[in-house]
Ligand binder design. Structure first.
Ligand code: NAP
Length: 286
């Protein structure tokens, strides 16, 4: 299907920006793709891999006629980048982002009062790896892309474009997105990190033995602990209220669990774990 956009830009070309650029290249090779990264090396790699036509380390490297820009920088740089794009480009431009939090980013973009349309987005795929070297067009196969809906007619066109890349679109208000992400991603990341951190209290001898015996269960629970520390700090900063709400819930439940273990209340423990199992099964039911 021909793309609604003739020239697409990226600001930030790491795991997510690079993977989207590769996917767009595959789906619509006729579209011009230009990009901005922090380092020149990233641009050289991206050109060598054939994922962009041109790029550089400042917004001047974007095609002057670009009509859609994906902002794929770390979260903390997204609001300022949107401001810069809005003041740089005078022709109609659609700006979207892929940040893992949405409320502050969307409020910032809407507050600019620009005629340029901003659409908040978040592809629900990724990994603990970072950088353009890990970019993979297949990363997004059959995955969900969250969009913050907008009454502007250009939103429907953008939604169709995202669907044409193979995503299943789910529309969420920005505050709903952030509340759900605390449960789906942000707090699981924190719990994963605490599980790893607890092993640091073991003696060196025990840690060496642990390394020999850990298996898939530990790996499954702790994989996301290797996510970029900058991402972890950003989600805690930009989604603090929702994360703190869930931490309170987990703290209360941890204390209740601690009490059941201390009192060796086997029946209550079994009932608790049965309810956990049912709850997880329900989450994965179609
Ligand atoms: P990443 O691999 O570290 O890539 C970040 C990119 O942004 C790099 O290309 C970096 O340039 C560039 N960059 C950093 N600061 C910049 C600035 N001020 N101006 C221009 N470019 C800048 O990170 P990522 O995992 O792709 O994450 C990017 C965004 O996607 C984040 O907002 C994150 O919340 C969101 N996200 C991540 C995942 C995930 O699983 N990783 C999933 C969904 C959404 P250099 O390459 O030169 O360093």
């Amino acid at each position: 299907m021909p793309s609604a956009y003739r020239s697409i830009g990226f600001v930030g070309l790491g795991l997510i920006g690079g993977s989207l650029a590769r996917r767009i290249r595959e789906a619509t090779p006729e579209v011009k793709v230009t990009a901005v990264a922090r380092s020149a090396d990233t641009i050289v790699t991206a050109k060598t891999m054939g994922m962009i036509d041109a790029g550089g380390t400042s917004l001047d490297a974007l095609d002057p006629d670009v009509d859609l820009v994906f902002v794929c920088t770390p979260i903390k740089d997204i609001p300022a980048t949107v401001t810069q794009l809005v003041s740089k480009f005078k022709h109609p431009l659609l700006i979207t982002d892929v940040g893992s939090t949405k409320k502050e980013i969307c409020e910032h973009a809407y507050g600019l009062g620009s005629s340029q349309l901003f659409i908040g987005g978040h592809p629900m795929a990724g990994s603990e790896k970072t950088g353009v070297g890990h970019a993979d067009a297949g990363l997004f196969d059959g995955k969900t892309y969250i969009l913050v809906p907008n009454p502007d007619p250009r939103y429907r066109e953008f939604r169709s474009f995202i669907e044409s890349l193979g995503f299943r679109v789910v529309e969420l208000a920005a505050d709903t997105h952030d509340r759900l992400m605390a449960y789906a991603s942000h707090v699981p990341y924190l719990m994963s990190g605490l599980t790893v951190q607890a092993t640091q209290t073991l003696s060196n001898t025990d840690r060496t033995l642990l390394k020999q015996v850990i298996s898939s269960g530990f790996y499954d629970v702790t994989r996301v602990a290797e996510s970029a520390p900058e991402w972890g700090a950003d989600v805690c900063f930009y989604n603090s209220n929702e994360i703190l709400n869930e931490i309170t819930i987990i703290k209360n439940r941890l204390e209740a669990l601690e009490f059941l273990i201390q009192t060796k209340d086997r029946d209550a423990l079994k009932a608790l774990f049965a309810s956990v199992k049912t709850s997880r099964e329900w989450l994965y039911l179609d």
